[in-house]
Design a binder for this molecule. Structure first.
Ligand code: ZN
Length: 96
């Protein structure tokens, strides 16, 4: 049922981002897995687009994290092992 790994990088990832002008969620379908990986790893902004307003804007950090999870799953198969095996970061103790 699942796509083969070798073609995963050329898959398109569709997500929605809220346009800062019209405040509507706009579907973004112009990004492939390879493009998102390049932008995420390079620290480049992922620019969403609204056809109605003819406006580009960088997606927020929350969406970048979400997309990072998506491409990790697509690239690494369906098992999110990296999450389970990742050592938890020691929380900062200086609350006050
Ligand atoms: Zn808009």
């Amino acid at each position: 049922m699942l796509a083969e790994g070798r073609s995963a990088m050329s898959q398109s990832i569709v997500f929605v981002s809220t346009c800062p002008i019209c405040k509507h969620e706009q579907p973004q379908d112009g990004f492939t897995v390879a493009a998102l990986v390049r932008l995420l790893k390079g620290g480049h902004p992922i620019e969403a687009y609204c056809e109605t307003c003819d406006e580009f804007w960088p997606v927020d950090l929350e969406k970048r994290v979400e997309l990072g999870d998506v491409v990790a799953v697509v690239c690494g198969g369906t098992s999110p092992l990296t999450v389970a095996n990742r050592p938890s970061q020691s929380p900062s103790e200086d609350m006050h």
